[in-house]
Design a protein around this ligand. Structure first.
Ligand code: 2AM
Ligand code: CA
Length: 274
C-alpha cells in the first residue's frame, strides 16, 4: 500500500486476519449446498465468528472506541472518540449460495460536535477476500485499490453508462418506488447490474467500473466505507433528492458529477410522479 495512516494499517490487518477464515467457510458452504439442511445456519455462524474476530482486533488497537455492527448492534465506547462501523460479511446471500462476490466493510465515523450522534466517515476499507482486492480511502487523501489511485468513470452519456442497483427483497424496501426509478432510468442507459453487495457496488463506482449506483433501505454498515471511497475517487454520493446525508435517509445515489446530475433528474421525475 502507498503511504497511509496507522489507523488504515490497523483496519487492513483486521480484514486480512478474518479473510482466510471467510475463505475457508466459503469453501465449506459450497459442499453444504448439496445437503438437505442447507448452509444457512452455518453461514450465520461464519458471519458472527468473522465479526467477533474483527471486534477483537480493532478493540486491541483502539480500546476506547465503540462499534456499530451488523450482527452485534451497538457497543458503546468513549462518546468523544470515533466509532467503528463494521459489516463482517456484505453480500451474505451470495456467500450462502456459493457465489464469490462478498466483502468485509470497515469504516471509522467521527462523533458530531457536542456528542450529538455520529457524523463524518473519515476512513473506509472494503476488502474482497476471494479476489484479495482491497479498496480504501482516507478523507482528503484519495481512494485506492492497493496502491493504485482510483477515479470514478469519465463517461458523460447515459447511453454508455452501466449502472448498479439493489432490488428490494423479502418484503424489505419499497418495491413500487424501485420499479418507478427502474422504469425511468433503464430505457436511457447501457445496462443495469444487481450483484448483491452494496459495499462492492460502491467500490466499483469508485474504480470507474460502474458509472453509477442507486439503492434504498441500506444500513450504515453497508455503505459507510464505500461512500467515502466514492467521494475520495471524485464521485458524488447523495440521497435520492440530492441531500448530503444518504446514511441517515437510507438512500444512496452515487456517480461521477455529470452522470449523477442526469440520474438525479430522472429519479426526481420518477419520485414526483409517485
Ligand atoms: P448483507 O449481505 O450484509 O445482508 C444488497 O441489496 C444489499 O442489501 C447488501 O449490501 C446486503 O447486505 C443487504 N441485504 C440485507 N439482507 C439482504 C437479502 N436478504 N438479500 C439481499 N441483500 C440483502
Ligand atoms: Ca451488508
Amino acid at each position: 500500500m502507498v503511504s497511509h495512516s496507522g489507523l488504515l494499517t490497523v483496519i487492513d490487518r483486521a480484514a486480512r486476519k478474518v479473510a482466510p477464515q471467510l475463505r475457508r467457510d466459503f469453501g465449506e458452504v459450497q459442499h453444504l449446498q448439496v445437503s438437505r439442511k442447507g448452509p444457512a445456519d452455518f453461514v450465520s455462524m461464519a458471519d458472527q465468528k468473522a465479526e467477533r474476530t474483527l471486534v477483537a482486533e480493532l478493540q486491541k488497537a483502539r480500546p476506547d472506541w465503540g462499534f456499530l455492527l451488523e450482527e452485534g448492534g451497538e457497543i458503546a465506547g468513549d462518546p468523544t472518540k470515533p466509532r467503528w462501523v463494521v459489516d463482517p460479511l456484505d453480500g451474505t446471500t451470495n456467500f450462502l449460495h456459493g457465489i464469490p462476490h462478498f466483502a468485509i466493510s470497515i469504516a471509522v465515523q467521527e462523533p458530531k460536535l457536542g456528542g450529538q450522534g455520529w457524523g463524518e466517515v473519515t476512513t473506509g476499507l472494503v476488502y474482497q477476500p476471494i479476489t484479495d482486492e482491497s479498496y480504501w480511502a482516507e478523507k482528503s487523501r484519495g481512494a485506492w485499490r492497493h496502491d493504485q489511485r482510483l477515479r470514478v468513470s469519465a463517461r458523460r452519456d447515459l447511453s454508455e453508462a452501466l449502472i448498479a442497483t439493489g432490488i428490494p427483497f423479502l418484503g424489505h424496501g419499497d418495491m413500487a418506488q424501485w420499479s418507478r426509478i427502474f422504469g425511468a432510468i433503464a430505457p436511457s442507459i447501457a445496462g443495469i447490474r444487481r450483484f448483491g453487495a452494496a459495499s462492492l457496488d460502491l467500490a466499483h463506482v469508485a474504480a470507474g467500473r460502474y458509472d453509477g449506483f442507486w439503492e434504498s433501505g441500506l444500513q450504515p454498515w453497508d455503505v459507510a466505507a464505500g461512500m467515502l471511497i466514492v467521494r475520495e475517487a471524485g464521485g458524488f454520493v447523495t440521497d435520492f433528492r440530492g441531500g448530503a446525508e444518504p446514511i441517515e435517509r437510507r438512500e444512496v445515489l452515487a456517480a461521477n458529477d455529470v452522470i449523477h446530475s442526469k440520474l438525479h433528474k430522472l429519479l426526481a421525475g420518477a419520485l414526483r410522479n409517485a
